[in-house]
Design a protein around this ligand. Structure first.
Ligand code: ZN
Length: 268
């Protein structure tokens, strides 16, 4: 799939971070037998160090699928954000989240510190992890090595997503290790381009609504005239996520018939 595709062809990334004596997994893929074997094989090759956390960046099945089996094999606690806990627990079979974290909380692996950053947007409880000593930002699906992050209008939030991206600029990461696709070295340039892309789309939608496109269907036709049919539902939900943000910002409104219009500022 080319640029602008919503769903990357890249398998979910799983990271094993080793400090001086302790280790942590970041995400666990789907939990297929060969994946779990490979994950445990990498851990055993390091001498089976104590696992301080099996960190889940968010609730989606391609990130949490192996968590319970890694927990059973290593004894490490399953860890996610406070906000994501219930959704992760609902997605796990035979195990539960053992520790929840907030922004600023850390996990010490011995000379290697993982700092947690709550980054709502892709999901409301999405978590990024910053490896302080090496300036590596593990971004889950907040930032992808390829493709565009889906912001679900149901359990994500476009306004929070853009705010979370802005917050990540402050870290000046040397490298981003994403949930899918290859690592990203020009970290802040990448983050800024993602912010700009969303704000450009928002401006485009606002303009189209002003020009008389009042339904999601009409907006969809104007924004994505040649999109592959398999991506239509996702594209529509992206438009909806943008409209939710514009509505929160006071830029647009929806009437009882579900028609969108630009909100006129009242004369004072
Ligand atoms: Zn995801």
């Amino acid at each position: 799939m080319g640029e602008g595709a919503f769903v990357g062809v890249y398998a979910p990334n799983v990271y094993l971070v080793l400090g001086d004596g302790k280790a942590a997994f970041i995400d666990t893929a789907y939990g297929k037998d060969d994946e779990v074997r490979a994950q445990l094989g990498a851990w055993e090759a390091l001498g089976s160090p104590p696992v301080a956390g099996i960190i889940l960046t968010h609730r989606h099945g391609d990130h949490i699928g192996g968590a319970v089996r890694l927990h059973e094999a290593t004894g490490g606690p399953i860890l996610t954000s406070y906000e994501e806990r219930a959704a992760v627990d609902a997605g796990l079979t035979g195990g539960k989240v053992g520790r929840v974290v907030r922004s600023g909380d850390t996990l010490d692996l011995g000379g290697t510190t993982l700092e947690f950053i709550e980054t709502p947007g892709h999901t409301l409880g999405s978590l990024c992890i910053y490896l302080r000593e090496d300036s590596v930002l593990f971004s889950g699906d907040m930032i992808l090595g390829t493709g565009t992050t889906v912001i679900s209008p149901d359990h994500g939030d476009m306004r929070l997503y853009i705010e979370s991206l802005r917050g990540l600029l402050d870290y000046h990461a040397a490298v981003i290790a994403p949930g899918h696709g290859p690592e990203i070295y020009a970290a802040n340039a990448k983050i800024q381009s993602l912010i700009d892309h969303r704000l450009d789309r928002e401006a485009q939608l606002l303009r189209l609504i002003g020009e008389g496109k009042h339904t999601i269907g009409e907006l969809f036709q104007a924004v994505y005239p040649e999109l592959h049919p398999g991506l239509h539902d996702t594209a529509r939900s992206q438009i909806r996520a943008h409209l939710n943000k514009l509505e929160q910002d006071g830029g647009v409104q929806m009437n009882r018939e579900g028609l969108w219009s630009v909100r006129e500022s009242r004369p004072s």
